[in-house]
Write a new protein. Structure first.
Length: 781
């Protein structure tokens, strides 16, 4: 078998981080970090603090040459500064000895997001002092561990820590201030510079840092990198690249901020925190840049778009979803972008050594009696390695590749449901089990390369032929059935091993009688409905990723309902996703009486035990109403859509609740779903109540109708009349004035419904999911 080889000395390994695996959050004097305070999840994680010998042994068995881990700052300085907690450092002492004895080279990261809570209370990263505390911490860690660690990374993904932590608020510490985020970013870079100086003066051999670099592309460029852009799109791409990538690359590697970023920072809190001499400290010579790559950022110019909270300064830029395969996180899989990033960095910084310090994927793993056959993860890593190799062949200076990650672990805001590990962890027992991807990676490391052409996958037939039994017998063996004699079992298992056979769905289905087909049933196809489009795209991608086949069915007539129920009763499908179950639909109920698991997109009209995914309609309506009240509106009318729609009922309930809190009376007009009826309802409201100063419409279509009516009646929006909609359809940002509305997450709903179904298929207990909505403020109110 020929091999696509990597350069000699190429470093193979895995990355982890302290808070995501260690557990033992109050052991040996450790203090709390911002993540202990921010996260409600169980803190035990993978209990790596106690199980590190087993984890190191696992890595050794898998042939890892390198292990990137992070040191927990609050173990070393429980109170953020002051006296070093030697007991905390003892843990890393033991870990390093274990690693070195196993022949694994340690790569230490000093900051992977777990700031001591004590420092947060003193101001956190927006405070300059934190940078100095970090340098003290770096010196203390190096003082104790420097004799055994050659390569030090100061920070992990400062963009995420600064902008998700301090602006978007989805990460710890959960603050929501653009000014604080820019300050944090600067102080993290200052911390990096000061720590690098401290490490060097302590004699550190190699110092680097780790950035998440996402190539920024328009949707059209995803399949054609060279595509020429309009001036507007080129500006949008350059601006997001400056915010996400160059904000860190250029100060750290060139000693200056990108010119177009400075006015944005100035508008968001000013430039006062950037002091003379800072950039000289920040731009320390580096030996190695760690690059974390997962997926590209896809954007286009969209004049009316408000700034995304994670990207202050991104006004007028739309973050797009694209029709590609995605991981279970919903992240687009575009391996060639890894190559793009590495080539770009090597072209811009020709002296700099690079290392891919994180790359990997979350997929829904299915644990079977004979292992975890995570074929999607294998092909994800394989395709990214091919992209990496092509960058190396094109001259990129990539010295190694570390998979994210060794173990299924605590994935920040996503908790424990995400599965990025090469090794499965059963969190009830802490038992580790290498997935197929771990064994596959071991072979890649062993041969320092990939097989040139992926070998044709052996099939059930090949195994049957090799072991001289029938297909059904092979299927029984791989499914662990007891009815097979030990001799036959041994023969089959030998053939399975020799051929490297991965039992696939077909083999399993011979025994389990699963068809592997999932029906995606659309009950009311609505024209141009973005949700339906997202559902078809994402549900299909995710379920196909989990080895299912999707059958699309239209449930628009009584006859089609009958046929669908029949198929479920005959078990011709394994599961059903139904959307939407509105309008007293009996299909959901009839399907729920069959044995086939069903999940709904949208809360059903009649309360039932069938799990569903929906958005927080009531919460969104309350937020919209509260926004109108907060901006001084007192007489607010609501245009309701058809009251048999559950979403409309919930939106009305949220609106009423918000009014009730301030003792205001609701004022309602009914409509159907058309713009014309929205206009008519607005006219009616204005006729009934001349003092009306705001309209909240149950959908954007109705709100757009109301805008029209206001214009015809000579009412100025928003001066005389504020208008707020719901859904944030594409047209909402194109109206004049732009429509303030409530955004519902589209891709997330689709992914959640797919995940819910997969959980049900695995027989797990499931509950319904309600996703948050977000008010998008434009000009109309
Ligand atoms: C990266 C983080 C890492 C993990 C992966 C999935 O952004 O560095 O801790 O969460 O994403």
């Amino acid at each position: 078998m020929s091999t696509a080889s990597f350069p000699e000395g190429f470093v193979w390994g895995v990355s982890t981080s302290a808070f995501q695996i260690e557990g033992a959050t109050s052991t040996d004097g450790r203090g709390p970090s911002i993540w202990d305070v921010f996260s409600a999840d169980r803190a035990e994680a993978c209990d790596h603090y106690h199980r590190y010998p087993e984890d190191v042994r696992l890595m050794k068995d898998l042939g890892m040459a390198a292990y990137r881990f992070s040191v927990s700052w609050p173990r070393v300085f429980p109170g953020g500064s002051g006296k070093v907690n030697e007991a905390g450092l003892d843990f890393y002492d033991r870990l390093l000895d274990e690693l070195l004895a196993a022949g694994i080279t340690p790569y230490a990261t000093l900051y992977h997001w777990d700031l001591p809570q004590a420092l947060e209370e003193l101001g956190g990263w927006p405070s300059r002092d934190t940078a100095h505390r970090f340098a003290d911490y770096a010196a203390a860690v190096h003082g104790r561990l420097g004799d055994r660690v050659d390569t030090w990374f100061t920070l992990n993904e400062p963009w995420v820590a600064a902008f998700l932590g301090y602006s978007d608020g989805s990460h710890a510490p959960g603050r929501k201030s653009a000014a604080e985020a820019f300050k944090s970013a600067h102080h993290m870079m200052l911390a990096h510079g000061l720590a690098t100086q401290a490490l060097r003066s302590g004699g550190a051999a190699r110092v680097g840092t780790v950035l998440n670099i996402s190539p920024v592309l328009t949707p059209a460029q995803v399949s054609d990198f060279g595509r020429q852009l309009s001036e507007e799109d080129a500006e949008a791409v350059a601006r997001i690249d400056a915010l996400a990538n160059r904000q860190f690359l250029e100060p750290m590697l060139r000693g200056s901020y990108p010119a177009e970023l400075l006015p944005i920072i100035e508008r968001n809190g000013g430039l006062g925190h950037i002091r003379d001499g800072d950039l000289d400290i920040i731009a320390q010579p580096l030996d190695l840049l760690g690059v974390n790559y997962y997926s590209p950022s896809v954007v286009q110019a969209q004049p009316s778009e408000p700034a995304a909270p994670a990207y202050p300064g991104s006004e007028g830029v739309l973050f797009c979803t694209i029709p590609t395969a995605v991981t279970a996180m919903g992240w687009p899989i575009v391996p060639n972008c890894l190559s793009l990033v590495l080539r770009r960095l090597s072209a811009e910084y020709p002296e700099l050594d690079l290392m891919v310090t994180e790359n990997g994927a979350d997929f829904v793993d299915v644990v079977t009696g004979d292992g975890i056959h995570d074929v999607e993860r294998i092909s994800f890593v394989e395709e990214h390695l091919r992209a990496l190799l092509s960058a190396v062949e094109g001259g990129a200076r990539v010295r190694g590749y570390l998979v994210w990650t060794l173990l299924d672990n605590f994935e920040w805001t996503e908790g424990y449901q995400r599965k990025f590990g090469l090794v499965h962890v059963d969190f009830a027992t802490q038992k580790r089990r290498p997935k197929d991807s771990a064994l596959w990676y071991r072979d890649v490391i062993r041969r320092n390369g990939l097989t040139e052409t992926p070998p044709k996958r052996p099939t059930l037939e090949t195994v049957a032929a090799r072991s001289g039994v029938s297909r059904a017998t092979v299927s029984r063996v791989v499914n662990g059935e007891a009815s097979v004699s030990p001799e036959v079992r041994t023969a089959v298992m030998r053939a399975v091993k020799e051929l490297g056979y991965v039992p696939n769905a077909a083999a399993r289905s011979l025994v389990t009688r699963r068809t592997n087909a999932i029906a995606l049933v659309l009950s009311v196809p609505r024209q141009g409905d973005a949700l339906t489009v997202a559902v078809v795209q994402y549900v299909t991608s995710m379920l196909e990723g989990a080895g299912k086949q999707i059958t699309l069915m239209l449930a628009d007539t009584a006859e089609s309902h009958r046929r669908i129920v029949q198929q479920a009763e005959a078990r011709l499908v394994d599961g059903v996703v139904l959307l939407p179950p509105d309008r007293g639909d009996t299909l959901a109920e009839r399907l729920s009486r069959t044995d086939v698991p069903i999940v709904l997109l949208g809360k059903p009209a009649v309360a039932s035990l069938v799990p569903y995914v929906d958005v927080d309609n009531a919460g969104g309506a309350a937020a919209a109403t509260e926004h109108l009240l907060a901006s001084g509106r007192r007489r607010i009318g609501m245009i309701c859509g058809p009251m048999d729609l559950v979403a409309v009922q919930d939106r009305l309930a949220g609106h009423r609740a918000a009014l009730q809190r301030v003792g205001a009376q609701p004022l309602l007009a009914l409509a159907d779903l058309t713009r014309a009826s929205g206009a008519a309802a607005a006219r009616q409201l204005l006729g009934d109540e001349p003092a009306l100063d705001a309209v909240f419409a149950a959908t954007d279509q109705l709100a757009i109708g109301a805008l029209q009516a206001a214009r015809e009646l000579g009412r100025r929006v928003p001066e005389d009349l504020a208008i707020v909609g719901f859904d944030d359809i594409d047209a909402a940002s194109a109206t004049t004035p732009g429509l303030t509305t409530v955004r519902v997450p589209l891709a997330e709903q689709a992914l959640a419904v797919a995940r819910l179904l997969l959980s049900r298929l695995e027989g797990r207990h499931t509950t319904s999911v309600v996703l948050p909505t977000r008010l998008v403020i434009r000009e109309s109110g």
